[in-house]
Design a binder for this molecule. Structure first.
Ligand SMILES: Cc1cc2nc3c(=O)[nH]c(=O)nc-3n(C[C@H](O)[C@H](O)[C@H](O)COP(=O)(O)O)c2cc1C
Length: 279
């Protein structure tokens, strides 16, 4: 999935073609594959596939406030309204999106630009719809609004490498000259999508690169109007990219939720990855 991480880009302007039966089955098969699979905090989800049409039985066209054009279909899901469940949603939904990217589909994470009630009317009090994602094939040209959203979010840019990745024990940015495989993994995290391109993930690495600590540096006040923890999705996406990178280079790391020595002001601890001890 490394290639998919490098190729994925948010698409808000889709072509007018409808999906064929074969394509629909292909997308549904990816979703089915993720049924019952757990995220880093042990939550799993029943992602759904919906055609975006008024003619499909009772299915309703979803409202995108005019921001996303010609959506042929979309995937989505419901999560418990807790930080860790939303992190798991981000982690697993990103893997689905990357698999769809590998199959040649274009996508766009949507945490805000859709009418939630047209996706699911009845939710339990402790549930949220963290995001949905249109799936289809991009049009030849981006719409004016698509271009404007990309430019406002500076979607083609990422924060400097040294801001996102630092050493744990000393105040030093991770040097781009260390083991190139390790640096490539960090670049895969850096390429990740995030809500409004805020890139709230921060990673700290032990001197020997055998321990990696994942944190969130939250954007103050961001997402309050949405009423759920949207930046937890970003955290889950970053963990997915980290693990895809580690797997790509056959680096064996185990996850560990630590309870001591990892808490700092201004940073929210998420998860530690420790190099597995092999005989
Ligand atoms: C959790 C999450 C929520 C997002 N919500 C929206 C949204 O509501 N509307 C939108 O147009 N883009 C949304 N995006 C897309 C981001 O703006 C986009 O990922 C970012 O600008 C980087 O651009 P890229 O995906 O092309 O690399 C969201 C992305 C993420 C990860």
């Amino acid at each position: 999935m490394r290639k998919a991480i490098l190729e994925r880009v948010s698409t808000r302007t889709f072509g007018k073609e409808v999906l064929s039966k074969k394509q629909i089955d292909e997308i549904k098969a990816v979703i089915d594959k993720y049924k019952g699979i757990k995220g880093p905090f042990g939550n799993s989800f029943e992602f759904t596939f919906n055609l975006n049409s008024n003619n499909e039985g009772k299915k309703q066209k979803i409202g995108f406030y005019g921001m996303i054009k010609n959506v042929p279909a979309y995937i989505g899901g419901v999560s418990l309204d807790t930080r860790n469940s939303i992190i798991d949603f981000g982690y697993l939904f990103e893997k689905v999106i990357l698999e769809l990217t590998t199959l040649g589909y274009d996508t766009c994470w949507l945490g805000g630009s859709f009418r939630r009630s047209t996706y699911r009317k009845k939710l339990a009090p402790n549930e949220v719809i963290p995001a949905i994602c249109p799936v289809g094939h991009r049009a030849d040209q981006r719409s004016f609004l698509d271009k404007r959203i990309r430019s406002a979010a500076q979607s083609h840019k990422r924060l400097p490498f040294g801001t996102l990745f630092q050493y744990f024990d000393e105040e030093k940015e991770l040097e781009e000259t260390t083991d190139s495989r390790f640096i490539d993994i960090m670049h895969l995290i850096q390429r990740g999508p995030s809500a409004s391109n805020k890139q709230p993930w921060r990673f700290f690495v032990a001197e020997k690169h055998d321990v990696i600590y994942a944190y969130l540096e939250r954007t103050e006040g961001y997402g309050i109007a949405l009423g759920y923890d949207i930046q937890a999705l970003d955290a889950g996406i970053a963990l997915a990219h980290l693990e895809i990178g580690l797997e790509n280079y056959d680096f064996k790391f185990d996850r560990e939720e630590e309870t001591k020595g990892v808490f700092f002001d201004g940073l929210e601890y998420i998860m530690t990855y420790k190099r597995a001890i092999t005989e």
